[in-house]
Design a protein around this ligand. Sequence first.
Ligand code: GLN
Length: 399
Amino acid sequence: MAQVPALPKHYLSDKVEHFTESVIREMTRQAMQYGAINLAQGFPDFSAPAEIKRAAQQAIAEDVNQYAITWGAKNLRNAIARQMQEWQGIHVDPEKEIVVCCGSTEAMIATLLAVCNKGDEVVVFEPFYENYGPDSILSGAKPRFVSLRPPQAAGGEWTFDEQELREAFQHHTKAIILNTPNNPTGKVFSRKELELIRDLCVEYNVLAITDEIYEHILYDGAAHISIARLEGMRERTITINGLSKSYSVTGWRVGWAVAPSAITNAIRKVHDFLTVGAPAPLQEAGAAALGLPATYYRDLADKYRARRDHLIPALERTGFRCYRPQGAYYVMTDISGFGYKNDIEFAGYLVREIGIACVPGSSFYKHPKDGSQQVRFAFCKRPETLDEASQRLEKLTRT
Ligand code: GLN
């Protein structure tokens, strides 16, 4: 991390003491510094679909260049409602139940700011996408982590303990954050697991805030189920999604939250004062993107499966134990075979000496030691990039 000169302590908010800068973004900076292949931050190094780029260019040319409606351009909200109906059978009122934000990142923090009070707790499965911790803290809540346990055998799944989850719901719990398909594990929560979470949400009167950004990136017959679709959940779920991963436009920063109208109103207020609105022309392009045919999504998932099956054997040949993902575009690996003290030392060696950036596993855990023998690789990259990474990996010998 960059060194900064000391400041009088009272200049800063206490809140920022409780979390660090993003390790994922830091690894991208290191990849640039060392000329390494960036398998750290999850963004594609290939082109976005031509038709949606054209739609964005056209919107700018047609002067869709001023603020969109604060809570989202009508065309995009209509397209989101249509897609949720079509894919998940969830009926959404685009006038009252959608807030378009600057990425799902903003949708998540705006939601937490809109629903949390000081003293509330938010349940988060661990390992977790690193934003959820700081998001909870900034909104005044305290995250309470529940372990996802790695598969014991090849082809197994990450699992959680029902009792541990139940216990976590009993501490002034406001919400559970659920990310499926999951970053970093690649777990896709099953209907049975979602029903269990639903039963706890109903019993303890808890909200579900779901991050479904990898909705269309699924492998080996895995199916994505939005928890809002389960009986008893529509009225207590905030479903978050966005353009970034489904359409390979992570830099556009267009995402959204879908929720019952009273919750939507609260999120709209927060969003309005945070950012006013997401980029107007890119929202129009988003409406076009959501109109792509079903074949587009099949092709997207097929290509990601090929990339997964490209990188994993190369990692395994080198000595990583891989937890094979069922969804999303990351692979968590166990590095204990290499004999390094910890993940930070290993990731530092990999980026400097081998020329590959990954994310140290500890950044996905509350206690760094829990992730100290894991690192995450992103495989949302061109075949040539993955070939080059495979070649570089050959230099990595077991110590
Ligand atoms: N979601 C991506 C990841 O986990 C990108 C995160 C980010 O930098 N916004 O790598």
